[in-house]
Design a protein around this ligand. Sequence first.
Ligand code: PSU
Ligand code: MN
Length: 300
Amino acid sequence: MSALKIGAEVQEALDARRPVVALESTIISHGLPADERITAAREFEQLLRDSGATPATIAVLDGLPHIGIDDADIELLAADGIAKASVRDLPIVAALGRSAATTVAATAHLAAAAGIRVFATGGLGGVHRGANESFDESADLPELGRTPVAVVCAGVKSILDIGATLERLETLSVPLVGLQTDVFPSFWLRESEHRLDWRVEDAGQIADVLRAQDGFGHSAGLVVANPVPVDQQWDRDEHDRVVQEALADAGAKGIVGKAVTPFLLGRIVELSGGRSLAVNLDLVRNNIRVAAAIATAYAG
Ligand code: PSU
Ligand code: MN
């Protein structure tokens, strides 16, 4: 691994074996509208501190992967036009001295390099609808098959092919547990039509899974599927209508490659008049609290 800049607060917490939770930056730069980015990034970090964990927001700044960023960095990441880096982009961004927001895959990769075991985000990338022709599958999935980081998420969005995503997680040997649920959530909604093999009840059990993984010498990560609380989920009918329309728009505009996810997210916020955004922010907050509890149980 080439150089990493680990922030002082993060390094101190790691040295003292206190709980640290990684946060991604693509969710800020490409997953939220411009006027929400700075507030959300700061709030996510504060929530971790309030929950007794040290935040490690991860991004590449002027070619150097940062594990933990400051306020000026957050402002830079909130600017329009910042690159989106998955794992394959990291060496290029580093060599060219560029700045980039990191996806789940790149964030997990860098978190593992820094010795961070737990990561909170909103939704995982996955297999896109029509992937049998487009081959569009997020690099988040293979990365979690080889990187020992637990990702707390609200499942994957219904803009993706959820069934195919679950099949790929199985093939890639990515362990998957539902937190107090038998059903895989679909981001804005608590449920999808897919049942889970494994359910756990609390953060302590998840920390036990992490320790067992360490004992097996597995290099895989872990997906913790944490449904959005029932009173915060999106109305199902509005959800179905808006997602259909956004997918049709992406098709009509010929959006492809890594522009697909940001396009759909932005379009869904517009079409829902902000309702999807409120749910999105709530579920990230909820995932952050759970991740802090897991990191605390794992450290203890
Ligand atoms: N899903 C969301 N919000 C997001 C993303 C996914 O609900 O912001 C971002 C994450 O950073 C994820 C990335 O890792 O999109 C996946 O992009 P791609 O499909 O291009 O791999
Ligand atoms: Mn893709």
